[in-house]
Ligand binder design. Structure first.
Ligand code: AHR
Length: 506
């Protein structure tokens, strides 16, 4: 099977915003406790944060981390997580039927973010709480000393404002499961008033309003239209979420799901344009895709805890999906979609980062390791920075549940002019045939292949576990070459590849 691609230096989509390689950490299961924080762990630092986990997060070059939820945030009192640890209350978490000691709060999270070189993106509770608490939280985090909340922060050990720029105005407020769920009108009005108030404190904040929890919601995409009509002038981004699953064990349909993601982004980009036009506005609201990942492997084992049959455990094993090789291909396709839609998707967060539907797993008192999906996320985050290229792709395709003529080749291209590199991330969605790929390189001068990483596996279900942490991983690829201004390569069936070229500009 043959596929051809043309990459031209001048045909770009957008500069990729580094924030699309962001991540998410919620007070859920073992994401925080025995995830990033485990004071008894041999690698723990003076703050009780696991050094092995922080090291893996640093490897991923995660630019921004959303916190503390998720569904959790909709009944969260941020005050519970500040001040002397021994005085912090243990609270019931109604979203996940667990309890939370509050040993980690905004100060500890801020220290951890600094240690992994990531920015904070904080979510505000607009479920059980409202405008006044939002204002107090933002003033506590960012306000000057000499004012009530800034002085309290100083008393709690941090005189300097944390300077958090990104604020999510609630979480999934369209979802009937959400504590404090609202209609689009109720939420839109509240979010607008909160945004106005936060802007009165600091005009430069980046505010993210809730869009749909997924594109199967009955209220989608009317929700976005109504919410944006209320908030357009006051917010910067609209948040979207999507999780991917292969419950039917149909790989072809599963690997086509990023077509649905692409349609979802396209529909909301159009909705943004509709509202913008109706408001005669010059301002461009963009998309913050702040929860995305594969999530289904752990559903059955979670039912007991979520159903309340285990009481209120602290940091139990919840949403601990063990990812397989098939999920590498899926995550590769998802990230390609974000690169291709970098004109409108300016923030995206893999959900989540540690233990809970995450690329990094830990064992309490034991090892930390890379799940299979760590690798496509790593390659995109580390090497996918620059300008996204508008590739012309010719590939045979197949009909799937969500779309017709889904190309067997899923590819994105990134040109980093400063570094003089050109990088392609490619997935062969065909399970039996090798893809003969020819990428015509136009306007890049001399090109030399400097790296080729490949992920293939005979078993789609192969996974990295505590017992075998290296069952799935990248290997140095072979056989690719630049000949007469074209990159020629063979992509084995069901494979993920990254090709990096050094280019001399013309
Ligand atoms: O990431 C897990 C959960 O998925 C989040 O808490 C919620 O926002 C979404 O439904």
């Amino acid at each position: 099977m043959k596929a051809s691609v043309t990459a031209h230096r001048e045909y770009t989509i957008s500069k990729i915003d580094a924030r699309v390689y962001g991540a998410f950490l919620e007070h859920l299961g073992r994401a925080i406790y025995t995830g990033i924080y485990e004071p008894d762990h041999p690698s723990a630092d003076a703050n009780g944060m696991r050094g092995d986990v922080a090291g893996l997060v640093r490897d991923l070059k995660v630019p921004i981390v959303r916190y503390p939820g998720g569904n959790f945030v909709s009944a969260y009192n941020w005050e519970d997580g500040v001040g002397p640890r021994e005085q912090r209350p243990t609270r019931l978490d109604l979203a996940w039927h667990t309890s939370d000691s509050n040993a980690v709060g905004v100060h500890e999270f801020a220290d951890w973010c600094r240690s992994v070189d990531a920015e904070m993106m904080l979510a505000i509770n607009l479920g059980s709480r409202g405008l006044d608490d939002a204002r107090k939280f933002v003033e506590y985090v960012n306000g000057p000393t000499g004012s009530y909340w800034g002085d309290l922060r100083k008393k709690n050990g941090h005189a300097q404002p944390f300077g958090v720029k990104h604020w999510c105005l609630g979480n999934e407020m369209d979802g009937p499961w959400q504590i404090g769920h609202k209609t689009a009108h109720e939420y839109g009005r509240l979010a607008n008033e909160v945004a106005k108030t936060l802007r009165a404190f600091d005009k430069s904040l980046e505010l993210i309003v809730c869009g749909s929890s997924n594109s199967d919601m009955k209220t989608y995409p009317e929700w976005e239209r109504v919410v944006l009509e209320h908030t357009y002038d006051a917010v910067d981004h609209i948040s979207l979420h999507m999780y991917f699953a292969n419950r039917a064990k149909n790989t072809a349909n599963y690997l086509a799901l990023n077509e649905k993601l692409d349609a979802y982004i396209g529909a909301i980009a159009s909705t943004i344009e509709f509202v913008r036009a109706s408001k005669r506005s010059r301002k461009k609201v963009t998309i913050s895709f702040d929860e995305w990942n594969v999530w289904y492997h752990s559903n059955a084992q979670d039912r007991e805890i979520l159903g309340g049959n285990k009481g209120w455990p602290h940091a139990p094993r919840l949403l601990e999906d063990i990812y397989n090789f098939e999920d590498v291909l899926q995550v590769g396709c998802i990230l390609n979609t974000f690169i291709r839609r970098s004109d409108v998707v300016k923030i995206a967060c893999i959900a989540q980062l540690v233990n809970v539907i995450a690329p990094i797993m830990t064992e309490p008192k034991g090892a930390a390791w890379r799940q299979t999906i760590f690798y496509p996320y790593y390659f995109a985050s580390v090497f996918g920075r620059g300008a996204a290229l508008q590739l012309a792709v010719k590939s045979p395709g197949y009909d799937a549940d969500v779309a017709d003529n889904v190309p067997y080749l899923d590819i994105s291209g990134v040109h980093d002019e400063e570094a003089g590199t050109l990088t392609f991330f490619a997935v062969n969605r065909h399970g039996a045939e090798t893809l003969d790929l020819a990428v015509a390189l136009q306007g890049f001068g001399n090109a030399t292949l400097i790296d080729h990483q490949a992920m293939t596996h005979a078993n789609l279900e192969a996974a990295n576990t505590l017992k075998d942490m290296h069952a799935v991983g990248p290997t140095k690829g072979s056989g690719a070459a630049v000949v007469d201004g074209a990159l020629n390569a063979k992509l084995p069936p069901y494979s993920y590849q990254m090709y990096r070229l050094s280019v001399t500009e013309t």
